[in-house]
Design a protein around this ligand. Structure first.
Ligand SMILES: [Fe+2]
Ligand SMILES: [Fe+2]
Length: 254
């Protein structure tokens, strides 16, 4: 049986009409409850997939030859991000998926690749320069993925949930607003911090290649690449502060 047929069966078992059309999704197509359900499983798995690579990045930051304050800030912020991605995967999107009759979302559903592969690419080596380079590439690609999630994928999900009069949808809306959105906004701030602390002063060639890796993350999710001017607007003129990264001050990223 196809995935969507199974999904419709599970929803019907729960007394939910899988064919109810909610409205246009991310790409303008009509989305019904069955498809929303599958999307929730994929989002849960993709969020969860962020947990081990971000933890690996936190460790890498301690071995990248960086000034202590920057290394500490990156370690704490990536470690916090790792916990938050896990929470989004399990407690927010995973919970909604289970509540609709889902089975545990497995890693193959992730749209951002296999977490074990990503984490092993971030293993600490004894060359600080190499560690710093891989940390920069990781920050760029995750920045690309997260800006698309924040600006396109989550708003599309919010839009669908707003059109579905169901307790699971109402609960998810509240959690996206109160938990996911502020935390994901801080993850984009962390990407901006890496840009300003590690990349911005290194000259045009390094900045351009950082932007290209960032755009690789965006195109992986089917979004358009940003040109130099759009990228400059996104990263802004100055670095976020460590307090903003850890959510100690109120701050919003695009
Ligand atoms: Fe996330
Ligand atoms: Fe994130």
């Amino acid at each position: 049986m196809s995935e969507i047929a199974q999904a419709r069966g599970r929803l019907s078992d729960r007394g939910i009409d899988p064919d109810l059309v909610l409205g246009p999704g991310e790409l303008g197509q009509a989305v019904d409850v069955g498809e929303l359900y599958l999307t929730l499983g994929a989002v849960a798995a993709s969020e969860k997939a962020g947990q081990s690579p971000t933890y690996a990045a936190a460790r890498l930051a301690l071995h990248a030859g960086l000034p202590n304050e920057i290394a500490d800030t990156l370690f704490l912020a990536y470690n916090q991000q790792s916990a938050e991605e896990a929470g989004h995967g399990d407690k927010v999107f995973g919970n909604a998926f289970f509540a609709l009759g889902g089975t545990p979302p497995h890693a193959e559903l992730s749209v951002v690749g296999n977490p074990a592969d990503a984490a092993s690419l971030l293993a600490v080596s004894d060359d600080p320069k190499d560690n710093k380079k891989r940390l920069g590439s990781f920050a760029a690609i995750v920045g690309g993925l997260e800006t698309v999630a924040l600006q396109r994928a989550f708003p599309a999900l919010v839009n669908l949930c707003e059109r579905w009069d169901h307790p699971v949808a109402r609960d998810l809306l509240q959690q996206m607003r109160d938990i996911v959105r502020p935390e994901e906004s801080r993850h984009v701030l962390l990407f901006r911090y890496v840009f300003h602390q590690l990349i911005a002063s290194k000259g045009e060639r390094v900045v351009t290649s950082f932007r290209e890796v960032f755009n690789g993350g965006r195109t992986q999710l089917g979004a358009a690449a940003l040109d130099a001017a759009e990228f400059e607007r996104l990263v802004g003129g100055s670095s976020p502060t460590p307090r903003q990264l850890l959510g100690k001050d109120r701050a919003l990223a695009g």
